[in-house]
Design a protein around this ligand. Structure first.
Ligand SMILES: Cc1cc2nc3c(=O)[nH]c(=O)nc-3n(C[C@H](O)[C@H](O)[C@H](O)COP(=O)(O)O)c2cc1C
Length: 321
């Protein structure tokens, strides 16, 4: 699959998730065969004002190419200037625009999914950004703002006409947040009206779902977000199923535990032990979801403060679970 001039090896992508898809986790997903990685969403204004927490969000490892940095904002000039700055300073492959975030703080600032209510403004943002950088600009948006305003189809055409080189559509409205079932029909309708690649997002939980979304919606690619939490192996599974129809078994407990410790080591290296281990608590809960007797481990992990403690807990877990 090609996005502008960028070739993607696999059409299975890791959906951006603020607070989850940081550099260590993305590196792991790339190793598992994820075709395109996205940064967590980054505020264009925060980059402009040199917010110190923003720097880490823009960092990525060289193995992450091709990577999209996702920006959010509402001012076309600031968005265009920051796209250029981010490209110049990081050398990323794609700049993606977040036009789907449902969080009130973001929407009230006329950012994220608010932009679905103002197609003219959204168009100006895309056009200015596309003119500001030589790399592809892509857009991620939703089905619409609420059930009275389902405009993904016209929004998609607007995005294409404004210069977007790929779009990703999450089949829920802003009002729905992440609840209920994603509407794949709207994703299919979007695919029918544009010529740029379309990626579907929403409720792809396993290899069969991915294949079904591609078959039913005729999309060029699929995006996996929540189902990838604690399960980077999903990319290996989906790729094998899409390419050869092979169903790969989920890894056993020893492999899961080995991955948790490796992930933790990378988090500690990237964020320091204090933050890195705290970040790992939620990942451990995801990694061990559904495992027999894992609730004790999940409860105990919330008290863990050092890598050593985590290692002891996980090694004990291997024997007890
Ligand atoms: C915790 C969380 C954080 C998210 N952060 C972002 C984000 O920063 N940018 C974005 O475009 N989408 C974000 N999303 C939306 C996902 O990328 C995806 O479109 C959505 O979760 C539906 O796909 P899924 O069913 O595979 O999870 C987030 C979703 C979750 C659950």
């Amino acid at each position: 699959m090609k996005i502008g001039n960028i070739e993607i090896d696999s059409n299975v992508m890791l959906g951006p998730m603020a607070g989850v898809t940081d550099m260590p986790y993305r590196v792991i997903c790339r190793e598992m065969g994820c075709g395109l990685l996205y940064s967590e969403m980054v505020s264009a204004k925060a980059i402009l004002y040199k917010n110190k927490n923003t720097k880490a969000l823009l960092e990525y490892d060289k193995c992450e190419h091709p990577i999209a940095i996702q920006l959010f904002g509402s001012d076309p000039d600031i968005m265009a200037d920051m796209a250029k700055k981010v490209y110049d300073e990081t050398g990323c492959d794609i700049i993606d625009i977040n036009m789907g975030c449902p969080v009130p703080k973001i929407v009230n600032n006329h950012e994220g999914s608010f932009l679905m209510t103002d197609e003219a403004l959204a168009g100006r943002i895309i056009e200015k950004m596309a003119n500001a950088v030589e790399i592809p600009i892509t857009v991620k948006f939703r089905k619409g703002f609420d059930k009275e305003h389902v405009n993904a189809v016209s929004f998609a055409k607007m995005a294409e006409n404004s210069g977007a080189k790929m779009i990703a559509v999450h089949g829920r409205t802003r009002e729905e947040y992440y609840a209920g079932v994603a509407d794949w029909d709207i994703i299919r309708e979007v695919k029918e009206v544009v010529n740029i690649p379309v990626v579907g997002s929403g409720d792809v939980r396993n290899a069969m779902d991915a294949k079904r979304m591609i078959d039913e919606c005729k999309v060029d690619g699929v995006m996996i977000a929540r189902a990838a939490r604690g399960n980077p192996w999903i990319f290996r599974e989906v790729n094998a199923y899409l390419k050869d129809g092979i169903i790969i078994e989920r890894p056993g407990l020893p492999e899961v535990c080995e991955m948790i410790l490796r992930h933790a080591k990378m988090e500690v290296e990237f964020k320091g032990e204090y933050t890195g281990i705290r970040e790992m608590r939620k990942h451990v809960a995801w990694y061990t979801q559904g495992l027999r007797n894992a609730c004790v481990l999940r409860r105990t992990v919330n008290k863990v403060e050092t890598f050593k403690e985590l290692e002891v807990l996980i090694n004990r877990g291997v024997n007890e679970l």
